[in-house]
Design a protein around this ligand. Structure first.
Ligand code: SAH
Length: 252
């Protein structure tokens, strides 16, 4: 059936598929098949919405099911791939549950790129990027994004700052540095600087003095305050991203 305002129904499963989509048959196995067959109890004829982070979103219909695999018939395109706001979230990896939360919220709130930044007080040795990616995908499926946030390889703060100055690597990108020790009010400051941006959030223990000085020495860095209370890093990230979206992003 073709896409209409009433079709597909709101309850239609929505899945990310990591290969280019086009009209025609599509075989699925592994976790996506498990989700459709075991969790959603998909039957032949059921609609499924698919997006691939490349071509946009498509309406498909379950054609055939087996025990652990199924074939879909990809039909009409529902939407082109969206334009993603040009905001990076540069954030120190947090303990498991909080990093999961942060990835989910970053995706829902519209972040274009998530950059795990390792700082002196980062407590997590090696951020689990597979796990972060899985949370980004799940959030994108749920919130209706047709483009995934990019997930950058973890980078040390010193390298991040060094690269920032190099042409072609974010040189005109503002770095809004959330500083719990004080800065300009975030909303007004962001509103005055539209264009490519990033927000930088420290780990649970904050940045140390040397790091704070190195960040402030970067010409593109702008220290911003998120109010008089000390926020947890995950709260600070969600607050700063929301503020940017409202000030100059796609919430306007
Ligand atoms: N150093 C603090 C905790 C850091 S909070 C302490 O233990 O006392 C973690 C991160 O959240 C900070 O590095 C900062 O980037 C951000 N943050 C928290 N509260 C903030 C605020 N009121 N304004 C700006 N950034 C804040």
């Amino acid at each position: 059936m073709a896409a209409t305002p009433a079709w597909p129904p709101r309850s239609t499963p929505r899945l990310f598929v990591d290969r280019p989509l086009a009209p025609g048959p599509l075989a699925l196995d592994g976790p996506p098949a498990h989700y459709l067959l075991q969790v959603m109890r998909a039957k032949p004829g059921d609609p499924v919405r698919l997006f691939d982070d490349r071509t946009g979103e498509w309406l498909a219909t379950v054609a055939e099911t087996a025990k652990r695999a199924l074939t879909l018939d990809v039909g009409a395109q529902l939407a082109p791939r969206e334009a993603v706001p040009d905001l990076w979230l540069c954030a120190a990896p947090l303990k498991k549950g909080r990093s999961d939360w942060l990835a989910e919220k970053a995706c829902e709130l519209g972040v274009g790129r998530l950059v795990p930044v390792v700082t002196r007080r980062t407590v997590v040795d090696q951020p689990n990027t597979d796990r972060l990616r899985a949370h980004l995908i799940e959030a994108a499926e749920q919130c209706g994004r047709t483009a995934l946030p990019q997930l950058a390889a973890p980078v040390k703060l010193t390298a991040l700052l060094r690269d920032w100055a190099v042409a072609g690597n974010g040189s005109d990108r503002a770095l809004f540095f959330a500083d719990e020790q004080g800065g300009a009010p975030a909303f007004e400051t962001m509103r005055a600087r539209p264009g490519p941006a990033a927000v930088l959030i420290g780990p649970e223990g904050g940045f140390d003095d040397a790091e704070r000085a190195a960040i402030r020495a970067l010409p593109q860095a702008v220290g911003v305050s998120l109010g008089p209370r000390i926020l947890r890093a995950d709260t600070a990230a969600a607050a700063a991203v929301s503020m940017w979206m409202a000030a100059v992003g796609d919430w306007r």
